[in-house]
Design a protein around this ligand. Structure first.
Ligand code: ADP
Ligand code: MG
Ligand code: MG
Length: 211
């Protein structure tokens, strides 16, 4: 793919639902170590609700992203629900009026989404949150969009790899936000559950773009 159409964005959310569902126990185990053991169940419920909402076949990329946001906000709960909800809502706004999304528009929309997460949750890089997976993914998308030819597939593949590296890099971090921060030093040595779900969501997009 060179651009994302409404069907592709829908396929992204469906693939994210599959990956989150397949990894729900793993996400919950990560959250059991430094949180309250509900991240897998929360995200699985939210993505399932998003897929259900997409059965209404929204007609634009922005509408798909907005339906997804609303489902996540109403079904995920906890810290992650409003944060992911805001992410997709801001992405939706950034895509308003577009029939399809190219690499540059995707980088812009993901940047807007991250802006929403930061505005709501105030996390900085290194605080051991989903931001530590989103930021490197965005950097890779921007680099890909700026590269000659600005190939979408290369940009999204690089973003998935960067998000996964960002996820792994949360292990030695001391949590500064969310429930894990209550543990102080004891949060060190565990991978952040939200960074892990973010890595899966970005991987889902790479799966769709590369077929
Ligand atoms: P809760 O902690 O309310 O049970 P979840 O378990 O669903 O919510 O989600 C926890 C994840 O949310 C964390 O692993 C972290 O990545 C993310 N998170 C928590 N607080 C913040 C924040 N202020 N900014 C960004 N992400 C956050
Ligand atoms: Mg939790
Ligand atoms: Mg909880």
């Amino acid at each position: 793919l060179t651009v994302l159409t409404t069907a592709d964005v829908t396929a992204w959310i469906r693939r994210a639902d599959e990956l989150i569902s397949d990894h729900a126990d793993e996400l919950t185990a990560l959250d059991a170590a430094i949180g309250d053991a509900d991240h897998g169940a929360n995200m699985k419920r939210g993505l399932a609700a998003a897929v259900e909402a997409l059965a209404a076949q929204p007609e634009t990329p922005a509408a798909v992203l907005k339906k997804t946001a609303m489902a996540l906000i109403s079904k995920v709960g906890g810290a992650a629900g409003p944060l992911y909800g805001t992410f997709f809502l801001r992405m939706s706004t950034a895509c308003a009026g577009k029939e399809s999304i190219d690499a540059a528009a995707l980088a812009e929309a993901v940047g807007a989404g991250i802006g929403g997460i930061v505005q709501r949750g105030n996390a900085e890089a290194g605080d051991k949150t989903m931001i530590d997976a989103w930021n490197p993914a965005l950097e890779a998308l921007r680099a890909g969009a700026a590269a000659p030819g600005s190939a979408l597939a290369a940009a999204v593949d690089a973003a998935a790899a960067a998000a996964d590296a960002g996820r792994a890099a949360t292990e030695p971090m001391l949590a500064k936000k969310g429930r894990a921060s209550y543990l102080g030093e004891r949060s060190i040595g565990h991978i952040d559950p939200g960074a892990s779900s973010t890595a899966l969501i970005v991987l889902a997009l790479a799966d769709v773009v590369s077929g």
